[in-house]
Design a protein. Sequence first.
Length: 538
Amino acid sequence: MTRPEPGADGAHTPTAVLLRGGAIIGAHGEPERADVLVDHGVIRAVGPELAVLSGVHEIACDGRLVLPGFIDAHSHAGSLVHDPAVQLALLRQGVTTIVTGQDGVGPAPGDGRYADRYFAAIDGSHPTYRGGGIGALLAGYDGTTPVNVATLVPAGTVRHEVMGDDTGPATGGQLVAMRELVREGLAAGAVGLATGLDYVPGLFADTAELAALCTEVAAADGVYVSHMRGGYEGNARAGLDEIADIVRSSGVRGHVSHLHAPVALAVSALTELAETGAPLSFDAYPYSRGCTILSMLLLPASLARPGTDDLAHAIRDDAGRVRVRGAVLDRVLSRADLGTGWAEQITLSHVPAAEFHALQGRTLADAAEATGSDPVDLALDVLVDSALQVTAVMRVPQPRTADELAPLFRLPGHTAGSDGIFVGTHPHPRAFGTFARYLQEYVRAGRYTWAEAQRHLSTTAVERLGLGARGTVAVGAVADLVVADAERVRARSTYEHPMLLAEGIDDVLVAGVPVLADGALTHATPGAGVRRDRGRTG
């Protein structure tokens, strides 16, 4: 194809685009030949041989599929989406909308400083937001990025705004104040509420507090999205049961973040909960390893408070270091996903401390040997010198194959979510490969049809989260569109080389404007802050 001509402001902004000669997923679920005409951000016509119109920019799609833009239902790119490298990583996978505010931490409400202190190693630091709430956060994306950004109200940030570092239960007055912040965020367009119940301060919130906040979410027809409590591998059923209790008591719709549990247990539990009145949707990525902040993995909550030097004080003398070492070992040895050999399971992903920067990409065991240290002592020193802003990739003892994961990913409540982290020199490859990997390992390998892929990677998330008239290639839908080469699409990122771009998706439109052409950014910025659609159907 030829690139559209840039407008006076340098952005590629054709008013009408014809995607010629491709195929769409038809009414019977099979690809069928169709042209797609878009104008002023909306699909205007779909048919086998649309007439050629003068002044319309054409994209030759012969032999390729035209699909609705993919929805990353669990993204950590909201503060980094203005970075061209991040934009390219998303668009080369076909992602046109990301959902942020995940794990209970985000810039808004408040002035963004809490998120910067605690989650900068995961989310990065937002370049412009300095206050104004969810409305201001969403407005900052309008016309400034090539992808759309939706957000959840982050419950941990809400709790910190009202309660600071208080670890106790909320008082009546504090709960009223938190509910008001949730209500304001939803009114400003947030798609729901997110919790991170293994993170500070979310882990201090009890079920009753969460249910009270979720009554506001239910009233607004939003969704409750939860990084559930107590880990996933060894305690998945208890975490799912707590979400189900909140769903039943508040009437909210429930969604599980990055569900990563034994497949048979997860399928059985989700099926049972649906039958007993608590149907849960969930997002997942097609990788076995996880990634999170190292402080959450290793430290007791009392030493993991963001923006403090609690850990440095605790290990300032030999006796203190012995106590903290014991706490760390007790913690890692009790985790089903770590246990014996835990230091070989953890790879340092992002280490900002200059002294330890070169350790990124090495396991804790390897890094300790290379520096003549002990894994626990090294981890403590790295955390102190990096102000806790360290992320790590965790290898699991028994990785699951695509065939083993398929029953979970075929459940009707499944949506694709990368949980992608773009901070650091050695990130988890899911940030650069999740959606392409789904197409490669599940469609091309015969585990999904293309119709199923369209639903799991786009339509279900649109319906569940209320993202407007997206998720379909039909007249009247928002023209967020992906042109995919069915034979060529694949993920290239690996654990050894995690930042390689995906292949097979070279042309992407957002709001009818080409944002990726011939595999390169056009530098158009038609993306927007997506406000919750109160007329959702899911």
